[in-house]
Design a protein around this ligand. Structure first.
Ligand SMILES: NC(=O)c1ccc[n+]([C@@H]2O[C@H](COP(=O)([O-])OP(=O)(O)OC[C@H]3O[C@@H](n4cnc5c(N)ncnc54)[C@H](OP(=O)(O)O)[C@@H]3O)[C@@H](O)[C@H]2O)c1
Length: 247
């Protein structure tokens, strides 16, 4: 891979974002890390330097467009370009619709959908100028199918896929060589279940993840493969699911 790639990651303070940052650091990538927990980002940035990469970080709430724009500016100020933007920040407070958990609905829409849109909006002007770039959006198996309790989470992850396909076509039209990839993980052991607010749903999901969840580095490897693909080809859609996960 091009060892000097500049990669911006939202939701970089744990789970998939953290694992991807650390894996890419081993190749000498320059990482720009955003999430709300700045102390975590600081520790991860220090690990990245030890692994041979370079890192910058900034407290970023992806529901605030100004903060997302500022993360993009940090990448430009520090490293001069943005080669990859990974829209990874997300939460999964699932519950049945009749519970009417409006705060959870709004948070999922704001973080999972609007956060992704703000990331795209922040990155594209720089990629347009460069005439190259790669936007990677994290959807989910729940972005391919819905079930009881997953309505709003699935809706946000279906939305990520719809946004990504529109973006892909718009980038082709713009002739700016910007690649678009959607990564849809299945059950991956991260801190994601801490965002579930309904205790019964959480208990059920914990059981499911204990049975089927796989280590987070599987997704990091998938993202790295997508980045390493020659620039004239793109993995547009990837599902990375535990071998033994049925749905
Ligand atoms: N784990 C799975 O089984 C699985 C399956 C399918 C899809 N996914 C998707 O994978 C992505 C990463 O999740 P994960 O599994 O790695 O869980 P995680 O360990 O909980 O990571 C989620 C990340 O999102 C960040 N985040 C949450 N709200 C944010 C906000 N308002 N602004 C900025 N960052 C925010 C968190 O950081 P702060 O709290 O520090 O802000 C954290 O770094 C999510 O989009 C999730 O939907 C996960």
């Amino acid at each position: 891979m091009n060892k000097s790639k500049v990669v911006v990651i939202t939701g970089a303070s744990s789970g998939i974002g953290e694992a991807t940052a650390k894996l890419l650091a081993k190749d000498g990538s320059k990482l720009v890390l955003g999430a709300r927990r700045e102390n975590r980002l600081k520790d991860i940035a220090e690990s990245i330097e030890k692994l041979g990469g370079e890192a910058a970080y900034q407290s970023t709430d992806v529901t605030d467009d100004d903060q997302v724009e500022s993360l993009a500016k940090l990448a430009i100020d520090k490293f001069g370009r943005i080669d990859v933007w990974l829209n990874n920040a997300g939460i999964m407070p699932q519950s049945i619709l009749s519970e009417k958990k409006i705060t959870d609905w709004n948070n999922m829409i704001d973080i999972n959908i609007k956060g992704t849109l703000y990331g795209i909006g922040a990155a594209i002007p720089y990629m347009d100028k460069q005439k190259s770039g790669h936007i990677i959006n994290v959807s989910s198996v729940a972005g391919h199918t819905a079930h009881q309790g997953s309505a709003v989470y699935s809706a946000t992850k279906f939305a990520v896929r719809a946004i990504s396909e529109s973006l892909r076509q718009e980038m082709v039209d713009a002739k700016n060589n910007v690649r678009v990839t959607v990564i849809s993980p299945g059950a991956i052991n991260t801190e994601l279940l801490s965002s579930v607010t309904d205790p019964d749903v959480k208990a059920n999901m914990e059981k499911f993840y204990e049975s089927f969840g796989i280590p987070v580095d599987r997704v990091a490897l998938t993202i790295k493969e997508a980045i390493d693909m020659p620039a004239d080809a793109a993995w547009n859609e990837v599902i990375i699911r535990p071998t033994n996960q049925l749905v």
